[in-house]
Design a protein around this ligand. Structure first.
Ligand code: OFO
Length: 164
């Protein structure tokens, strides 16, 4: 059975994961309309992953005797100021999400909730991977400078295909 405080923080994470999904979906849609097929593909896939993260929280809360609440989500921006800025925004957002996963870890330790502690470790690992894959993309973009976005767009398409 989840402690009320733990149920509350896990429900707050549903809001964050759902917003992440919508944010990446909005970015994907923007990239698609700008002609960046590879970048859009990467972001659409990312949006689906975030939706899956949100679902994991919904199921876990209910399985542990809590009540997962489906929230309204804030509308994400519709336009973005270029590819580099967009990926920096993705990285900042992932760092923020990592921070909130860490807050969950800290709370469950305080509450002696080792079942949730064990379960949340998947997200701890996932955040390390996500931050590092976005950082790799930013490194590539920095190498390219502002030119050759066409090549970058082709390149990111293969990153997703190889599951890097
Ligand atoms: Fe981007 O990761 Fe969810 O948690």
């Amino acid at each position: 059975m989840l402690a009320k405080k733990v149920e509350k923080i896990l429900n707050e994470q549903i809001v964050k994961e759902g917003y992440s999904s919508n944010l990446y979906l909005a970015m994907a849609s923007w990239a698609d309309t700008e002609g960046y097929a590879g970048i859009a593909k990467w972001l659409f896939a990312q949006a689906e992953e975030e939706l899956m993260h949100m679902m994991k929280f919904v199921h876990f809360i209910n399985e542990r005797g809590g009540h997962a609440i489906v929230p309204a989500f804030e509308q994400p921006p519709a336009k973005f100021e270029g590819i580099k800025k967009l990926f920096n925004q993705v990285l900042e957002h992932e760092q923020y999400i990592s921070g909130s996963i860490n807050d969950i870890v800290a709370l469950v330790i305080k509450e002696n909730d080792y079942a949730t502690h064990n379960w949340i470790q998947w997200f701890v690992t996932e955040q390390i991977e996500e931050e590092s894959s976005v950082q790799n993309i930013i490194d590539k973009l920095n190498l390219l400078g502002d030119k050759n976005m066409y090549m970058f767009d082709r390149d990111i398409m293969s990153i997703r295909e190889s599951g890097e």
